[in-house]
Design a protein around this ligand. Structure first.
Ligand code: NAD
Length: 415
């Protein structure tokens, strides 16, 4: 039955578990169960063939109790209001775990961007900002890249916002190209932060990263960065899947060569350094670590009992359903929850916003050192909470976060 839950219902059930443990005041919980504001827009785009197509766009601001809403914009055919709400919800608690001065936001457009030309994609990106210009702002709501959006799309959005407001405010969004006020280290930040989380967990389990076998689902921004950093640290990435299918090499896939292949062809399939395998079997392999780094709801009641890995490193948002969580908990699989392990991206987005506001930029070493420190501190907070309260790491991460956000809501007198 739990498998019928929507992403928003999953997010709510995760919060509820933490709220129960904390004995959270009912009005605070009620406030946090739904976004503060959601905006749905229609975005007309002139297509290259002279016709006009109308796209559905969304922005959800889950909470602004601690600071401006913060979160990416997704371009995907599966985008819908429920998903955007859930993603904004997870952003609130992710920023809370890391102690960032942000609330949670998320946006998206229901579109298959692979079907658009570059100029259509630019007009869509600009149209999205035009439709939501009143909602965005460095102190209000700060977008960033997510699935199928990148630095180029952020650059168009920044420019459109500047055209509307007659000035360029670099802090109005993050994930920008470096030349437009982006931060060094932002592109790999989510992958890098996830790897720090995994290393901290391995330390607790008295395990070394060298020679650990890993299977990764998703070879986009975050999956590829994590795989690359893990391989550099001596882990053996034996399997990778993406939308085109899976590839396997028991001796470890050469990630740098695969990156070149993906940049040329767009996908992992047909890579000469590995055998093809069914993508849907990726989580069932006999490896030490599995890494969901694509989309939500991929570890479910159907496949969780087939997981053989000791650790799940969640880089995608919401990859695990509550039922799958329960099954893996009973099997003794350690799940490193998304709101902790994929928070490296928003952390360096925060660094980017800070650098934009004081107009001085840090070196890559400084960014990476600050990121590593933040991830380690947050891991320790969550780990200690889990031990003190005898809960799993997901519930502990929510507890750390909800305590902070709940206190802000009470102090401000919101409820
Ligand atoms: P991306 O678009 O760069 O990559 C997505 C990858 O997933 C691609 O390799 C794609 O082929 C693959 N994929 C899509 N559908 C699939 C399927 N059905 N089966 C297997 N693979 C599939 O996106 P991204 O930025 O890497 O984001 C991936 C996940 O990480 C998302 O859940 C996103 O919300 C989350 N995330 C991203 C960031 C960030 O900084 N980009 C930060 C935190 C969390």
């Amino acid at each position: 039955m739990a498998e019928q839950l929507t992403p928003m219902q999953i997010a709510q059930s995760q919060l509820k578990a933490a709220a129960d443990k904390l004995d959270l005041e009912e009005s605070v919980l009620e406030m946090l169960m739904e976004p503060e504001r959601v905006v749905c827009v229609r975005i007309p785009v002139k297509m290259d063939d002279g016709t006009t197509k109308i796209f559905n766009g969304y922005r959800s601001q889950h909470s602004t109790a601690i600071g401006p809403a913060k979160g990416g914009v997704r371009f995907h055919p599966g985008v819908n209001l429920d998903e955007v709400k859930a993603l904004s919800f997870w952003m609130t608690f992710k920023c809370g775990v890391l102690g960032l001065p942000y609330g949670g936001g998320k946006g998206g457009v229901q579109v298959d961007p692979t079907k658009l030309s570059r100029s259509e994609l630019e007009r869509l990106s600009r149209g999205y900002v035009r439709a939501l210009a009143d909602v965005f702002g460095a102190d209000l709501d700060v977008p960033a890249p997510d699935v199928n959006t990148n630095g180029q799309i952020m650059a168009w959005m920044l420019d459109e916002y500047a055209v509307i407001n007659r000035k360029t405010d670099f802090a109005m969004l993050t994930g920008k190209p470096i030349v437009l006020g982006g931060s060094k280290g932002r592109v790999e930040a989510t992958g890098r932060g996830a790897v720090v989380t995994l290393l901290e967990a391995l330390k607790k389990l008295d395990m070394d990263i060298k020679g650990r076998t890993v299977a990764v689902q998703g070879f986009g921004n975050v999956g590829s960065a994590a795989a690359d950093i893990l391989a550099d640290l001596g882990a053996k990435i034996v399997a990778i899947s993406d939308i085109s299918g899976g590839i396997y090499n028991e001796n470890g896939i050469d990630i740098k060569a695969l990156l070149e292949h993906r940049d040329k062809t767009g996908f992992v399939k047909d890579f000469s350094g590995a055998e093809p395998m069914p993508g849907e079997k990726i989580f069932e392999l006999p490896v030490d670590v599995i890494v969901p780094a694509a989309l939500e709801n991929v570890l479910t009641e159907e496949n969780a009992h087939k997981v053989q890995a000791k650790i799940v490193l969640e880089i995608a948002n919401g990859p695990t359903t509550p039922k799958a969580d329960e099954i893996m908990r009973e099997k003794g699989v350690l799940v490193l929850p998304d709101i902790l392990s994929n928070a490296g991206g928003v952390t360096v987005s925060y660094f980017e916003w800070v650098q934009n506001r004081y107009g001085y930029f840090w070196s890559e070493e400084e960014v990476n050192a600050r990121l590593t420190q933040k991830m380690k501190e947050s891991f320790a907070n969550v780990w200690n909470m889990a031990k003190e309260s005898s809960v799993d790491l997901r519930t502990a991460a929510y507890m750390v976060s909800v305590k902070r956000i709940g206190e802000a809501i009470k102090l401000r007198g919101i409820v």
